[in-house]
Design a protein around this ligand. Sequence first.
Ligand code: ADP
Ligand code: MG
Length: 412
Amino acid sequence: MGMFERDTEIYRNRDALREDYQPDELVGRDEELERYKTALQPVINGEQPNNIFLYGKTGVGKTAGTRFLLDHLIEDAAQYEDIDLTVKMLNCDGLSSSYQIATRLVNKFRADSNQISTTGYPRATVYDMLWSELDDCGGTVIIVLDEVDHIEDDSILYQLPRARANGNLSEAKIGIIGISNDFSFRDNLSPKVKSSLCEEELQFPAYDANELIKILSQRAQVAFHEDVVDDGVIELCAAYGAKDAGDARQSLDLLMKTGDLARDYDTDTVTDDLVRDAREELERGRIREGISGLTQHGHLVLYALLTLEQQGETPVRSRDIRPRYTSFAEQVGVDPLVPRRMRDHLGELSMLGIISAVERNEGRRGGTYREYSTDMDVGMILKALEETVEQVGIHESVSEMVDQETTLSEYT
Ligand code: ADP
Ligand code: MG
C-alpha cells in the first residue's frame, strides 16, 4: 500500500459540486430563462440580435443560465443554413479598462500563434483590429461580457453596440450580453450607453429554499454515492442558503464542505450535524477573511474589546472601550480616532458578525446607547489578530491564550 490511498466512499464525483461544473439542465429558473430565450430569439430569425443586460446578485445562475441558453442557441442555429453564429464569452474580472477588454476580444478571434500584446497599442488601433476581426468572422456574433461591472470606463460599452451604426462594421451583426452582479452599475452608465447596452433588461432574483433544494438535489445525485446523504441534509443546506443570500454557489459550497467533513471523519453518511459543523467552519473562514480586510484601527478596536471581554467587562459601551483602544493606539504610535470614527469601526465589526451590538435605553432621561461584546470564539479572533497583538504587545488578559501555542494552533 502506498502513502496515499483513494477514498471514494462518500463521493462519486466531487467535482459536480464545484462552481465550474455545468449541469445538463437548469432547475428552478424557468420563468427567467423563458424571458432570456425570448430576448435571444432574433438570432434564430436571422435578425440583428438584441443587446441584453442581465443582473442579479452573485450565485443566482447568471453565468450558468447564459451558458446553458447559448449552448442551445448554437446547437439550434446550426440547423439553419443562413445563420452563421459565433459566441465569445469574456469574464471581465481582473480587467478594468475598455482597452483591456478590446485586446482580449481581439485575441479571442485569433489563433494562439497570432495573439496581440495586451499593452502598447493606441486605443484606436486596438478598436480597428477588433472591427476587422469581427468583420472577418462575419455572420451573427454574440459577445458576452460577464461581470461587466469591473470595467471602469464605458468606451467599449458604447463602441461595441454602435459599431454597425457608426460604420465600423459592414459584415458582422453583433449583439452584446452584459452581465452584472451590481445593479447600480447600470444606473451609473451614461444615458447613451444605457440606451444601447440595455435594450433588453433581465433580472435574476435570489433563490428561495425550494429552488435551492432542486439545485442541490440535482448536483448531489451526481456527486454522492447512493444512500450516503441523509434525508434532511439537502433541505438544511437549502434553508441556510435561502436565509443567507439565496446564493446557489454558497449553498453548493456548504454541501461540499459537509461531504468533506464526512470524508475527513471517515464516516459513511452525510448527516445534518455535519451540515451544522460545516457551516460553522465556513463562517469561521469568512470571519477570518473579514478581520484580515479591516484597517489597523479596526484591529485595535477589536483587540481592545477582546481584552475587555476576557476580563468579564462586556457588554461594554463604546466610551468604556475607548481608554483601552487609545492606549493600544499609543502603543503602536498612531493617533487614536475621534469617538465617532471609533464607533464606526464598532459598527463595521458588528456588521461582519464578529461582535454584537445591543441597543439599550437610557432610562427615564430617554435616548439610547449600544453595548458591545464579541460574538465569535475569542481564540479564533485572537489568532486572526496575531499581527496586532504582536505590535501592541500581549495584554495580560489574553497572555495565557497567547502563550499556549497549542491553543492557538488549533485555529490555524
Ligand atoms: P452567478 O453567475 O449568478 O454568480 P452562477 O451561474 O455561477 O451564478 O451559479 C453559481 C453556481 O450555482 C454554479 O455552479 C451553477 O451551476 C449553479 N446554479 C445556479 N443556478 C442554477 C440552476 N438554476 N440550476 C442548476 N444549477 C445552478
Ligand atoms: Mg457569474
